[in-house]
Design a protein around this ligand. Structure first.
Ligand code: NZQ
Ligand code: ZN
Length: 386
């Protein structure tokens, strides 16, 4: 196992009817900016619950943060923060609203001229403006980590940021919120969380026995509850396990002491930036090709995953590893998620070269757990995913 240091300061408030507990978490003298997305919270009752819980503090609202949070929209919110002397941010939404709020937390205290530099120059935020979240969509784990991904339409870019100062102070996780989530987004959430676990697991063995079993247990739980969540989002037990699995998949715990890959996300983010394909779906497109392309480097963990998660007991290590990739792809298909780029867009020729060029320009010359995948490798992988 590798050495590690681990600190996660986010307080989790989990369970049915917990949104009312917001009252106890926001400082009484705060001036709050309530941030939300395209309006789903106004249709499903979450907005009313939040407003009731915020009765005793001063609140200003900023809605309209789109899926794949857009820099230009966030810059409008930054103006509100400055003009209104906001002291506390509250994100009510999924990964996009939470990530947008993290950007604002960083930008509010940033003393450079252009906040985009936080993303472009990978400036880590040591202390941002304090914020909390009310999660409305289990998927990204953003509610308990310090990372964010921001989109800029103007340049078709989607870049990551983070830093120890960008953990939410608290996150409220009421599994009841999933009852209004459309099927497509439920499938996305399951796929994104599943992939987060695999990015931190599907590398090579380093004797992290506990981390491996944490990871495998999250994967097994997601597989078990996926059909229940899709069929009946009012099933509270399934919803609870779904929500907590998504958070645990990317709150930093399972990645301690083990190598991480994240190449699937790096290539996937480009597909969202270029074509607007949902984040989770880009992962399902890239992942099978990535595992086939890097088969030799990953086959030990692939076979272990096949045995322990999919109960594949027959065959050689190679055969088990290959069967595990097929099982994963079939799982995505079962959720209604296509796994080829050509199933999403017609005009895909040249995509692989474009991604390779972008990686070269950004100096991303060695990605993956061995930092050995070149832009040319990324090009080959994306081509296999056409
Ligand atoms: O905008 P509204 O109207 O709220 O609708 C949203 C949005 O259209 C809707 N929704 C959310 N909760 C709902 C609901 N609809 C009905 N009922 C509810 N309770 O769902 C749609 C998608 O929301 P979004 O927040 O975009 O989805 P998700 O949580 O999947 O977030 C995706 C974003 O997170 C980034 C992705 O790149 C993408 O930009 N990621 C962030 C990560 C992180 N911070 O750690 C890691 C991930 O790998 C990922 O990259
Ligand atoms: Zn993801």
């Amino acid at each position: 196992m590798n050495n590690f240091e681990y600190k996660n300061p986010t307080k989790i408030i989990f369970g049915k009817d917990t949104i009312e507990k917001l009252t106890n978490e926001i400082p009484k003298n705060a001036k709050v900016l309530l941030l939300y997305g395209g309006g789903s919270i106004k249709k499903n009752g979450i907005y009313e619950q939040v407003k009731t819980a915020l009765k005793t503090v001063e609140v200003i609202e900023f809605g309209g943060i789109p899926a794949n949070p857009e820099y230009a929209v966030l810059m409008e919110a930054l103006n509100v923060i400055k003009n209104e002397n906001i002291t506390y941010l509250l994100a009510v939404g999924g990964g996009s609203v939470i990530d947008g709020t993290k950007f604002l937390s960083a930008a509010a205290v940033y003393d450079g001229d252009t906040p985009w530099d936080i993303l472009k120059n990978s400036i880590r935020t040591q202390k941002g403006m304090p914020f909390g979240t009310v999660l409305t969509l289990p998927a990204t784990g953003s509610e308990m980590n310090s990372g964010a991904v921001i989109t800029r339409k103007e340049t078709k870019e989607k870049l990551s940021m983070g830093g120890p100062g960008l953990f939410p102070e608290f996150s409220i996780l009421d599994p009841k919120v999933i009852t209004s989530i459309p099927e497509r987004q439920l499938a996305n959430g399951l796929t994104d969380a599943f992939t987060h676990v695999l990015e931190q697991y599907m590398t090579y063995p380093v004797g992290g026995l506990l981390q491996d079993r944490f990871a495998e247990s999250i994967l097994q739980t997601l597989i078990e509850i996926a059909p229940k969540v899709m069929e009946d989002p009012t099933d509270h037990e399934a919803a609870s396990n779904f929500m907590w699995s998504c958070t645990m998949a990317l709150n930093g715990l399972i990645q301690q002491g083990v190598p991480g890959d994240w190449a699937v996300h790096m290539m996937g983010h480009e597909l969202t930036a270029l074509f607007g394909i949902d984040h989770a779906r880009t992962l399902a497109i890239v992942m099978p090709s990535h595992y086939i392309y890097n088969f030799e480097a990953k086959k030990e963990k692939l076979a272990q995953y096949g045995e322990r998660v999919w109960n594949i007991t027959e065959g050689t290590q190679d055969e088990k590893a290959k069967a595990a990739i097929a099982k994963t792809e079939a799982f995505f298909h079962q959720l209604g998620i296509d796994t080829k780029l050509s199933e999403y867009i017609k005009d895909y020729e040249g995509t692989a070269q474009e991604i390779s060029k972008r990686f070269t320009n950004r100096g991303w010359t060695g990605i993956g757990e061995h930092k050995s995948l070149t832009p040319k490798d990324a090009e080959n992988i994306v081509k296999m995913a056409y």
